[in-house]
Design a protein around this ligand. Structure first.
Ligand SMILES: [Zn+2]
Length: 90
């Protein structure tokens, strides 16, 4: 399970920074057609991460939590769930 391990916000499945590439793909699939809901969820995670890691640079956390969907999934989440190709991504 690629869940966040707090307070370091690493991935419990692969050890990378959360959300890891696998979790990002899962989130894109889970929130297909619901981009606003995905951003609300990620914003809540971002706030929690800022509280858990007060020494982290906020801009880095912002990019890690909130910028990736715009480049990685902006077209995917606007399509119906059946339109998501699980093989896409980098
Ligand atoms: Zn992971």
């Amino acid at each position: 399970m690629h869940r966040a391990v707090r307070p370091a916000w690493t991935c419990g499945g692969c050890g990378l920074d959360w959300p890891c590439p696998t979790r990002r793909q899962e989130l894109v699939a889970e929130y297909a057609g619901a981009g606003v809901s995905l951003m609300l969820y990620l914003a809540a995670c971002f706030v929690d991460a800022c509280q858990d890691m007060p020494a982290a640079i906020a801009g880095n956390l912002y990019g890690r939590f909130l910028l990736w969907p715009h480049t990685a999934a902006s077209d995917a989440w606007n399509r119906p769930r059946s339109g998501v190709d699980p093989g896409r991504g980098r």
